[in-house]
Design a protein around this ligand. Structure first.
Ligand SMILES: *Cc1c(COP(=O)(O)O)cnc(C)c1O
Length: 395
Protein backbone atom coordinates (compact mmCIF):
# COMPACT_ATOMS: atom_id res chain seq x y z
CA UNK A 1 0.00 0.00 0.00
CA UNK A 2 2.44 2.65 -1.14
CA UNK A 3 2.05 6.41 -1.28
CA UNK A 4 -0.49 7.76 -3.75
CA UNK A 5 1.21 11.14 -4.04
CA UNK A 6 0.89 12.67 -7.50
CA UNK A 7 2.37 16.19 -7.35
CA UNK A 8 2.91 19.41 -5.42
CA UNK A 9 0.56 22.37 -5.81
CA UNK A 10 0.97 26.01 -4.80
CA UNK A 11 -1.54 26.94 -2.10
CA UNK A 12 -2.00 30.44 -3.55
CA UNK A 13 -1.57 30.37 -7.36
CA UNK A 14 -2.31 26.67 -7.92
CA UNK A 15 0.79 26.01 -10.08
CA UNK A 16 1.88 22.38 -10.15
CA UNK A 17 5.35 20.98 -9.47
CA UNK A 18 6.98 17.56 -9.28
CA UNK A 19 7.41 15.88 -5.90
CA UNK A 20 10.43 14.04 -7.33
CA UNK A 21 12.58 17.21 -7.09
CA UNK A 22 13.69 18.95 -3.88
CA UNK A 23 11.27 21.88 -3.63
CA UNK A 24 10.66 24.61 -1.12
CA UNK A 25 8.26 27.55 -1.68
CA UNK A 26 6.50 28.13 -5.00
CA UNK A 27 9.17 29.70 -7.25
CA UNK A 28 6.52 32.08 -8.65
CA UNK A 29 4.91 33.62 -5.58
CA UNK A 30 6.96 32.30 -2.63
CA UNK A 31 3.93 30.64 -0.98
CA UNK A 32 3.79 27.11 0.49
CA UNK A 33 3.35 24.04 -1.69
CA UNK A 34 1.00 21.20 -0.70
CA UNK A 35 1.38 17.54 -1.62
CA UNK A 36 -1.58 16.18 -3.58
CA UNK A 37 -2.65 12.56 -3.84
CA UNK A 38 -4.74 10.36 -6.08
CA UNK A 39 -7.37 9.91 -3.38
CA UNK A 40 -9.73 8.04 -5.71
CA UNK A 41 -7.16 5.26 -5.90
CA UNK A 42 -6.00 5.60 -2.26
CA UNK A 43 -9.56 4.89 -1.11
CA UNK A 44 -9.31 1.34 -2.47
CA UNK A 45 -7.05 0.36 0.42
CA UNK A 46 -7.29 3.27 2.91
CA UNK A 47 -10.68 2.50 4.46
CA UNK A 48 -11.77 2.68 8.10
CA UNK A 49 -11.91 -1.12 8.30
CA UNK A 50 -8.32 -1.41 6.99
CA UNK A 51 -6.89 0.52 9.95
CA UNK A 52 -6.99 -1.85 12.95
CA UNK A 53 -3.76 -3.82 12.97
CA UNK A 54 -1.77 -1.22 11.08
CA UNK A 55 1.42 0.22 12.62
CA UNK A 56 0.62 2.43 15.63
CA UNK A 57 2.38 5.52 14.34
CA UNK A 58 1.37 8.24 11.89
CA UNK A 59 2.69 6.01 9.10
CA UNK A 60 -0.50 3.93 9.40
CA UNK A 61 -1.94 6.36 6.83
CA UNK A 62 0.84 5.55 4.33
CA UNK A 63 -1.36 5.94 1.23
CA UNK A 64 -1.69 9.66 2.01
CA UNK A 65 1.90 10.13 3.16
CA UNK A 66 4.42 11.47 0.63
CA UNK A 67 7.27 8.94 0.88
CA UNK A 68 7.42 6.49 -2.04
CA UNK A 69 10.54 4.50 -1.07
CA UNK A 70 9.85 2.54 2.15
CA UNK A 71 13.57 2.42 2.98
CA UNK A 72 13.55 6.23 3.28
CA UNK A 73 10.92 6.27 6.03
CA UNK A 74 12.69 7.52 9.18
CA UNK A 75 10.45 6.64 12.10
CA UNK A 76 10.90 6.75 15.87
CA UNK A 77 7.27 5.83 16.56
CA UNK A 78 5.77 9.33 16.13
CA UNK A 79 2.04 9.88 16.15
CA UNK A 80 -1.00 7.74 16.95
CA UNK A 81 -0.93 9.50 20.31
CA UNK A 82 -3.77 9.00 22.77
CA UNK A 83 -6.96 11.05 22.68
CA UNK A 84 -8.06 11.19 26.31
CA UNK A 85 -11.55 11.91 27.54
CA UNK A 86 -10.73 14.62 30.10
CA UNK A 87 -13.46 13.73 32.62
CA UNK A 88 -12.23 15.67 35.64
CA UNK A 89 -11.24 18.77 33.71
CA UNK A 90 -14.53 18.62 31.81
CA UNK A 91 -16.46 18.33 35.05
CA UNK A 92 -14.73 21.39 36.48
CA UNK A 93 -15.98 23.34 33.44
CA UNK A 94 -19.42 21.76 33.37
CA UNK A 95 -18.60 19.92 30.13
CA UNK A 96 -19.00 16.22 29.46
CA UNK A 97 -17.32 15.82 26.10
CA UNK A 98 -13.87 17.35 26.50
CA UNK A 99 -10.88 15.57 24.95
CA UNK A 100 -7.13 16.13 25.08
CA UNK A 101 -4.91 14.87 22.27
CA UNK A 102 -1.63 14.34 24.10
CA UNK A 103 1.25 15.08 21.75
CA UNK A 104 3.68 15.27 24.67
CA UNK A 105 4.24 11.51 24.40
CA UNK A 106 5.82 11.80 20.95
CA UNK A 107 9.54 11.07 20.39
CA UNK A 108 11.48 14.21 21.48
CA UNK A 109 8.49 15.28 23.60
CA UNK A 110 6.45 17.26 21.09
CA UNK A 111 4.39 16.95 17.92
CA UNK A 112 7.29 18.43 15.96
CA UNK A 113 8.34 14.78 15.64
CA UNK A 114 5.51 14.23 13.14
CA UNK A 115 6.59 17.01 10.81
CA UNK A 116 10.26 16.21 10.99
CA UNK A 117 9.77 12.48 10.50
CA UNK A 118 7.97 13.29 7.23
CA UNK A 119 10.41 16.01 6.12
CA UNK A 120 13.59 14.08 6.93
CA UNK A 121 12.20 10.99 5.20
CA UNK A 122 11.45 12.98 2.04
CA UNK A 123 14.87 14.67 2.18
CA UNK A 124 16.43 11.20 2.38
CA UNK A 125 14.41 9.98 -0.60
CA UNK A 126 15.51 13.06 -2.57
CA UNK A 127 19.18 12.62 -1.62
CA UNK A 128 19.38 15.75 0.56
CA UNK A 129 21.75 14.63 3.33
CA UNK A 130 22.63 18.00 4.92
CA UNK A 131 19.82 19.82 6.71
CA UNK A 132 19.45 23.20 8.37
CA UNK A 133 16.66 25.03 10.19
CA UNK A 134 15.94 27.98 12.42
CA UNK A 135 14.02 26.94 15.53
CA UNK A 136 12.91 28.58 18.75
CA UNK A 137 12.57 25.21 20.36
CA UNK A 138 11.10 21.80 19.74
CA UNK A 139 11.58 21.60 15.98
CA UNK A 140 15.36 21.66 16.49
CA UNK A 141 15.38 18.61 18.72
CA UNK A 142 13.07 16.74 16.37
CA UNK A 143 15.09 17.53 13.25
CA UNK A 144 18.30 16.58 15.03
CA UNK A 145 16.87 13.24 16.19
CA UNK A 146 15.55 12.22 12.76
CA UNK A 147 18.74 13.42 11.08
CA UNK A 148 20.67 11.19 13.50
CA UNK A 149 18.44 8.26 12.59
CA UNK A 150 19.01 8.95 8.89
CA UNK A 151 22.78 9.53 9.24
CA UNK A 152 22.47 13.12 8.03
CA UNK A 153 24.29 16.32 8.91
CA UNK A 154 22.08 18.76 10.88
CA UNK A 155 22.55 22.49 11.52
CA UNK A 156 20.34 24.39 13.96
CA UNK A 157 20.04 28.19 14.36
CA UNK A 158 18.32 29.01 17.64
CA UNK A 159 17.53 32.23 19.52
CA UNK A 160 19.67 32.17 22.67
CA UNK A 161 16.61 32.45 24.95
CA UNK A 162 15.20 29.11 23.73
CA UNK A 163 14.44 26.49 26.39
CA UNK A 164 17.57 24.74 27.70
CA UNK A 165 16.24 21.28 26.77
CA UNK A 166 16.14 22.16 23.09
CA UNK A 167 19.77 23.23 23.08
CA UNK A 168 20.94 20.19 25.01
CA UNK A 169 19.02 17.61 22.98
CA UNK A 170 20.16 19.09 19.65
CA UNK A 171 23.78 18.78 20.72
CA UNK A 172 23.22 15.26 22.04
CA UNK A 173 21.68 14.18 18.72
CA UNK A 174 24.85 15.40 17.00
CA UNK A 175 23.59 18.63 15.39
CA UNK A 176 25.73 21.72 14.98
CA UNK A 177 24.00 24.35 17.14
CA UNK A 178 24.42 28.11 16.55
CA UNK A 179 22.86 30.37 19.18
CA UNK A 180 21.54 33.65 17.74
CA UNK A 181 21.05 37.00 19.50
CA UNK A 182 17.57 37.95 18.32
CA UNK A 183 14.33 36.32 17.25
CA UNK A 184 13.40 33.29 15.20
CA UNK A 185 13.26 35.55 12.11
CA UNK A 186 16.95 36.48 12.67
CA UNK A 187 17.80 32.80 13.08
CA UNK A 188 15.90 32.18 9.85
CA UNK A 189 18.12 34.61 7.94
CA UNK A 190 21.29 32.92 9.20
CA UNK A 191 19.93 29.48 8.35
CA UNK A 192 19.05 30.63 4.81
CA UNK A 193 22.57 32.07 4.38
CA UNK A 194 24.17 28.85 5.60
CA UNK A 195 21.96 26.85 3.23
CA UNK A 196 23.10 28.99 0.31
CA UNK A 197 26.76 28.91 1.27
CA UNK A 198 27.16 25.25 2.23
CA UNK A 199 24.51 23.54 0.10
CA UNK A 200 22.26 22.66 3.04
CA UNK A 201 18.55 21.89 2.63
CA UNK A 202 16.46 24.24 4.78
CA UNK A 203 13.50 22.42 6.31
CA UNK A 204 11.77 25.49 7.84
CA UNK A 205 8.11 24.73 8.28
CA UNK A 206 5.81 25.35 5.29
CA UNK A 207 8.85 26.58 3.35
CA UNK A 208 9.45 22.85 2.93
CA UNK A 209 6.36 20.99 1.69
CA UNK A 210 6.32 17.84 3.83
CA UNK A 211 6.33 18.84 7.50
CA UNK A 212 2.66 19.70 7.09
CA UNK A 213 2.08 16.15 5.78
CA UNK A 214 3.38 14.80 9.08
CA UNK A 215 1.29 17.20 11.14
CA UNK A 216 -1.89 16.59 9.15
CA UNK A 217 -1.98 13.06 10.60
CA UNK A 218 -3.28 14.61 13.86
CA UNK A 219 -6.49 15.26 11.91
CA UNK A 220 -6.68 11.66 10.65
CA UNK A 221 -6.09 10.36 14.17
CA UNK A 222 -8.70 12.57 15.84
CA UNK A 223 -11.32 11.37 13.36
CA UNK A 224 -10.26 7.71 13.63
CA UNK A 225 -10.19 7.89 17.44
CA UNK A 226 -13.66 9.48 17.58
CA UNK A 227 -15.08 6.61 15.52
CA UNK A 228 -15.06 8.52 12.21
CA UNK A 229 -16.85 11.56 13.53
CA UNK A 230 -15.56 15.12 13.67
CA UNK A 231 -15.61 17.06 16.94
CA UNK A 232 -17.47 20.37 17.22
CA UNK A 233 -14.37 22.39 18.08
CA UNK A 234 -10.58 21.92 17.85
CA UNK A 235 -8.40 24.33 19.84
CA UNK A 236 -4.86 24.71 18.58
CA UNK A 237 -1.85 26.73 19.87
CA UNK A 238 -0.58 28.47 16.76
CA UNK A 239 2.98 29.45 15.92
CA UNK A 240 3.80 28.84 12.26
CA UNK A 241 0.34 27.33 11.92
CA UNK A 242 1.49 24.06 10.35
CA UNK A 243 -0.62 21.92 12.65
CA UNK A 244 -3.87 23.84 12.25
CA UNK A 245 -3.60 23.97 8.45
CA UNK A 246 -2.50 20.34 8.41
CA UNK A 247 -5.60 19.23 10.31
CA UNK A 248 -7.72 21.32 7.93
CA UNK A 249 -6.04 19.67 4.90
CA UNK A 250 -6.62 16.23 6.43
CA UNK A 251 -10.34 16.96 6.81
CA UNK A 252 -10.65 17.76 3.09
CA UNK A 253 -8.73 14.59 2.20
CA UNK A 254 -10.91 12.50 4.53
CA UNK A 255 -14.03 13.92 2.91
CA UNK A 256 -12.68 12.85 -0.49
CA UNK A 257 -11.95 9.41 1.00
CA UNK A 258 -15.53 9.21 2.28
CA UNK A 259 -14.46 9.00 5.94
CA UNK A 260 -16.38 12.16 6.89
CA UNK A 261 -19.02 14.33 5.23
CA UNK A 262 -18.88 18.06 4.64
CA UNK A 263 -19.22 18.89 8.36
CA UNK A 264 -16.19 20.57 9.91
CA UNK A 265 -15.07 21.38 13.43
CA UNK A 266 -14.75 25.07 14.29
CA UNK A 267 -11.01 25.68 14.32
CA UNK A 268 -9.80 27.91 17.14
CA UNK A 269 -6.38 29.53 16.73
CA UNK A 270 -4.76 30.44 20.08
CA UNK A 271 -1.77 32.77 20.31
CA UNK A 272 0.13 34.44 23.14
CA UNK A 273 -0.70 38.04 24.07
CA UNK A 274 2.93 38.95 23.41
CA UNK A 275 2.95 37.46 19.90
CA UNK A 276 -0.40 37.29 18.12
CA UNK A 277 -0.01 38.25 14.44
CA UNK A 278 -2.73 35.87 13.24
CA UNK A 279 -5.25 36.89 15.91
CA UNK A 280 -4.70 40.55 14.96
CA UNK A 281 -5.21 39.79 11.26
CA UNK A 282 -8.31 37.76 12.07
CA UNK A 283 -9.82 40.66 14.01
CA UNK A 284 -8.94 43.14 11.25
CA UNK A 285 -10.45 40.99 8.53
CA UNK A 286 -7.06 40.83 6.78
CA UNK A 287 -5.98 38.04 4.41
CA UNK A 288 -2.32 38.16 5.51
CA UNK A 289 -0.75 38.99 8.89
CA UNK A 290 1.59 41.87 9.77
CA UNK A 291 4.84 40.79 11.46
CA UNK A 292 5.04 41.40 15.23
CA UNK A 293 7.98 43.62 16.14
CA UNK A 294 8.79 42.54 19.69
CA UNK A 295 7.47 39.00 20.17
CA UNK A 296 7.57 37.74 23.74
CA UNK A 297 6.07 34.72 25.46
CA UNK A 298 7.22 31.81 27.55
CA UNK A 299 5.65 29.47 24.98
CA UNK A 300 8.57 29.21 22.54
CA UNK A 301 6.47 27.30 20.00
CA UNK A 302 4.13 30.28 19.67
CA UNK A 303 6.90 32.89 19.52
CA UNK A 304 6.63 33.20 15.73
CA UNK A 305 6.34 36.88 14.68
CA UNK A 306 5.64 36.15 10.99
CA UNK A 307 4.41 32.96 9.33
CA UNK A 308 4.61 32.18 5.62
CA UNK A 309 1.37 30.20 5.92
CA UNK A 310 -0.56 33.01 7.67
CA UNK A 311 -3.24 33.16 4.95
CA UNK A 312 -3.79 29.40 5.17
CA UNK A 313 -4.42 29.60 8.93
CA UNK A 314 -6.78 32.55 8.47
CA UNK A 315 -8.65 30.71 5.71
CA UNK A 316 -9.07 27.58 7.83
CA UNK A 317 -10.30 29.52 10.86
CA UNK A 318 -12.77 31.57 8.80
CA UNK A 319 -14.08 28.76 6.58
CA UNK A 320 -14.64 26.62 9.66
CA UNK A 321 -16.62 29.31 11.46
CA UNK A 322 -13.98 29.29 14.17
CA UNK A 323 -12.22 32.11 15.95
CA UNK A 324 -8.81 33.37 17.09
CA UNK A 325 -7.99 34.41 20.66
CA UNK A 326 -5.01 35.41 22.78
CA UNK A 327 -4.03 34.25 26.25
CA UNK A 328 -1.44 35.69 28.63
CA UNK A 329 1.61 33.87 29.96
CA UNK A 330 0.28 33.80 33.57
CA UNK A 331 -2.98 32.27 32.26
CA UNK A 332 -0.99 29.57 30.46
CA UNK A 333 0.94 28.74 33.62
CA UNK A 334 -2.32 28.45 35.60
CA UNK A 335 -3.68 26.12 32.93
CA UNK A 336 -0.54 23.98 32.90
CA UNK A 337 -1.14 23.36 36.61
CA UNK A 338 -4.84 22.78 36.13
CA UNK A 339 -4.40 20.24 33.32
CA UNK A 340 -1.64 18.46 35.21
CA UNK A 341 -3.55 18.27 38.50
CA UNK A 342 -6.88 17.25 36.93
CA UNK A 343 -5.75 14.88 34.20
CA UNK A 344 -2.22 13.69 34.91
CA UNK A 345 -1.02 15.35 31.72
CA UNK A 346 1.82 17.83 32.26
CA UNK A 347 1.42 20.06 29.21
CA UNK A 348 3.78 22.47 27.51
CA UNK A 349 2.71 26.11 28.03
CA UNK A 350 1.31 25.95 24.48
CA UNK A 351 -0.94 23.08 25.56
CA UNK A 352 -1.93 25.06 28.64
CA UNK A 353 -2.90 27.93 26.33
CA UNK A 354 -5.61 25.78 24.72
CA UNK A 355 -7.27 25.28 28.11
CA UNK A 356 -7.13 29.02 28.87
CA UNK A 357 -8.73 29.67 25.48
CA UNK A 358 -11.46 27.11 26.17
CA UNK A 359 -12.29 28.75 29.50
CA UNK A 360 -12.49 32.14 27.78
CA UNK A 361 -14.78 30.87 25.01
CA UNK A 362 -17.06 28.93 27.34
CA UNK A 363 -17.34 32.05 29.49
CA UNK A 364 -18.25 34.21 26.48
CA UNK A 365 -20.72 31.62 25.22
CA UNK A 366 -18.86 31.00 21.94
CA UNK A 367 -18.42 27.36 22.95
CA UNK A 368 -21.36 25.67 24.61
CA UNK A 369 -20.80 23.26 27.49
CA UNK A 370 -22.49 20.43 25.62
CA UNK A 371 -20.15 20.56 22.63
CA UNK A 372 -17.47 18.01 21.84
CA UNK A 373 -14.16 19.85 22.10
CA UNK A 374 -10.60 18.65 21.43
CA UNK A 375 -7.62 20.45 22.99
CA UNK A 376 -4.25 19.86 21.38
CA UNK A 377 -1.53 19.51 23.97
CA UNK A 378 1.34 19.91 21.53
CA UNK A 379 4.23 19.04 23.85
CA UNK A 380 5.50 18.02 27.24
CA UNK A 381 6.25 20.47 30.05
CA UNK A 382 9.42 18.49 30.69
CA UNK A 383 11.00 20.39 27.78
CA UNK A 384 10.42 23.73 29.57
CA UNK A 385 11.42 23.07 33.18
CA UNK A 386 14.07 25.83 33.26
CA UNK A 387 11.45 28.47 32.32
CA UNK A 388 8.32 26.90 33.77
CA UNK A 389 9.70 25.49 37.03
CA UNK A 390 10.22 28.83 38.84
CA UNK A 391 6.78 30.10 37.68
CA UNK A 392 5.00 26.96 38.84
CA UNK A 393 6.76 27.04 42.18
CA UNK A 394 5.68 30.62 42.82
CA UNK A 395 2.13 30.46 41.42
C1 LIG B 1 5.97 24.47 17.33
C2 LIG B 1 5.04 24.36 18.44
C3 LIG B 1 3.75 24.91 18.38
C4 LIG B 1 3.25 25.68 17.17
O1 LIG B 1 3.06 24.82 16.09
P1 LIG B 1 2.71 25.30 14.64
O2 LIG B 1 2.19 24.08 13.97
O3 LIG B 1 3.98 25.80 14.03
O4 LIG B 1 1.70 26.37 14.73
C5 LIG B 1 2.89 24.71 19.44
N1 LIG B 1 3.28 24.01 20.53
C6 LIG B 1 4.51 23.47 20.64
C7 LIG B 1 4.87 22.73 21.89
C8 LIG B 1 5.44 23.61 19.60
O5 LIG B 1 6.65 23.06 19.71
Amino acid sequence: MPSHITHLECTLCGKIYSHREPMRLCPDDAKPLYARYDLASAVKTLTPTSLPGRVSSMWRYEEVMPVEQPESIMTLGEGFTPLFNAHRLGESLGMNSLFIKDEGVNPTGSFKARGLSAAVSMAHQLGQMKLTMPSAGNAAGAMSAYAAKAGMEAHVFMPEDAPEANKIESIAYGAKLTLVKGFITDAGKLSAEAAEKHGLFDVSTLREPYRVEGKKTMGYEIVEQLGFEVPDVIIYPTGGGTGIVGIWKALDEMEALGWVGSERPRMVCVQAEGCAPIVTAFRNGAEFAEPVQDPHTLAAGMRVPAAVGDFLVLRAVRESGGTAVTVSDPEMVESVKKMASHEGIFPAPEGGATLSALEQLVESGEISRSERVVLLNTGSALKYLDLLGPLLASS
